[in-house]
Design a protein around this ligand. Structure first.
Ligand code: GAL
Length: 423
């Protein structure tokens, strides 16, 4: 018994030390022996595509600053499900990483930026960043009069990916309306192919799907208004969106609550699933799998609207390697950094001067849409609302995905809006 507990303690100690080094708890020790200074970069990019993109940007950094050892401090979990809480604890506890992933938009409010984040206005001026990013993005990045992060990319959330083979085999066209969606879904169901694949394991994916359905019933202005108080959550079009989502549920894979977004996408790769509603990091993931059998189009009813989000990197106040961190955000904002990162990540560059020829067909089509579509902010990915509201919204939709109660869900959404400045 005594032996066992000593064994358990030493295992725990080992795990503790390993986690400490990995999470940057003893950064100097991690670089120990190499004589290098370090740069700890915090993100949630662990899946195929996103991890590859990050590494490509690390390579650019290493070539410019060979004396710096990079510590890749990731906390797995799509959309920052786990990472955001860890980051908030580290910032408040005086143990910040040197740089961290932050969505452009109201997500920054969660981290009390005036206390914990370094404003980057002078870096924007010295690097000319206010001239290379689109105006709408610059507006989204500014909070309380300052720039808090440098954007690496622009993602689109309202994409419906589909397996070209199963559509061709069944002589079907990818649906552009929800009515057509249910027609093709019935055919796939009768053939034993999962019509719509989804994974809700991490708790944000149902909310992601639903924001795209809201866009389809409300349109760009109506959807934007949900987050500014101009559209009431009691609107009949919100009810309609919930009804559409409820109707989708019998067409999804039965193991949805056990799967992450990328595990669900595997059904398409395996020719077992027909469609998947997910952001365009899926393009990066497909690319990392060398899978080419996918097509794409906007989620039914959302053509001409770009549900957008942007990943930026911020530098905390009190970063232990501040100069290394400032050099990191310069790389993030640079042409070379964005051209290395985005083709792998499955996003389009935030900069307007990158070479489109470096990007695959999907990303080239996204660049075109970005320049012509109406842009609306994603709520699940930090752009549209403060984190407190976005979190309640996600939780409500996650419950809806299992219970399917339209009236009580709409009531809960209305209540959440009222508590957060909505209507
Ligand atoms: C988003 C993030 C993307 C991608 C996705 C899945 O929130 O902006 O870059 O990582 O989550 O994890």
């Amino acid at each position: 018994m005594r032996k066992l507990s000593i064994g358990v303690i030493s295992v725990l100690l080992g795990v503790f030390l390993a986690v400490g080094v990995f999470a940057g708890g003893s950064k100097e020790a991690a670089a120990g022996g190499t004589g290098k200074s370090t740069l700890e970069i915090f993100s949630w990019w662990t899946a195929g595509g996103e991890a590859d993109g990050l590494n490509a940007m690390f390579d650019i950094y290493r070539s410019k600053y060979p004396g710096v050892e990079i510590i890749n401090a990731t906390v797995a979990g799509g959309a920052g499900t786990n990472a955001k809480a860890v980051l908030a604890t580290r910032l408040a506890g005086g143990d910040p990483p040197d740089g961290f992933q932050l969505h452009a938009g109201l997500e920054v409010e969660k981290y009390d930026p005036e206390k914990y984040i370094m404003p980057l206005d002078s870096l924007y001026a010295s690097e000319g960043l206010d001239k290379v990013f689109p105006k709408d993005l610059l507006t989204l990045l500014k909070y309380k009069g300052h720039y808090w992060g440098v954007p690496a990319n622009i993602h689109r959330a309202n994409v419906m990916w589909y397996n070209k083979k199963v559509f061709a085999d069944n002589n079907l066209q990818p649906p552009k309306t929800w009515d057509d969606f249910f027609k093709v879904a019935d055919v796939f169901k009768s053939k034993g192919i999962i019509p719509l694949v989804i994974g809700t394991k991490e708790g944000w994916e149902a909310g992601h799907t639903f924001e795209t359905i809201l866009i389809s019933t409300l349109g760009a202005d109506g959807y934007r208004g949900l987050w500014t108080g101009k559209t009431s959550w009691s609107d009949a079009k919100v009810t309609q969106a919930l009804q559409i989502f409820k109707r989708l549920l019998p067409y999804v894979n039965s193991d949805y609550s056990a799967l992450t977004w990328d595990q669900a996408a595997q059904y398409l790769v395996d020719n077992k699933g027909a469609m998947h509603i997910m952001g365009d990091w899926t393009d990066g993931w497909f690319t990392s799998k060398s899978y080419k059998g996918y097509g794409w189009q906007p989620v039914p009813g959302t053509a001409g609207i770009y549900d957008a989000l942007s990943d930026s990197f911020a530098v905390p106040k009190g970063a232990k390697h501040e100069q290394n961190a400032l050099n990191w955000v310069k790389v993030v904002g640079s042409k070379a950094g964005q051209e290395a990162f985005n083709p792998k990540k499955g996003s389009i560059p935030a900069r307007t001067d990158c070479n489109p020829a470096l990007f695959n067909d999907y990303l080239q089509s996204a660049m075109k849409d970005w320049s012509t579509d109406a842009i609306v902010p994603s709520v699940v990915h930090g752009a549209a609302a403060v984190e407190k509201w976005a979190t309640v919204y996600k939780d409500i939709l996650n419950t809806f995905a299992t219970k399917g109660d339209v009236a009580s869900t709409q009531q809960a959404l209305l209540q959440a809006a009222k508590e957060n400045g909505g209507a």
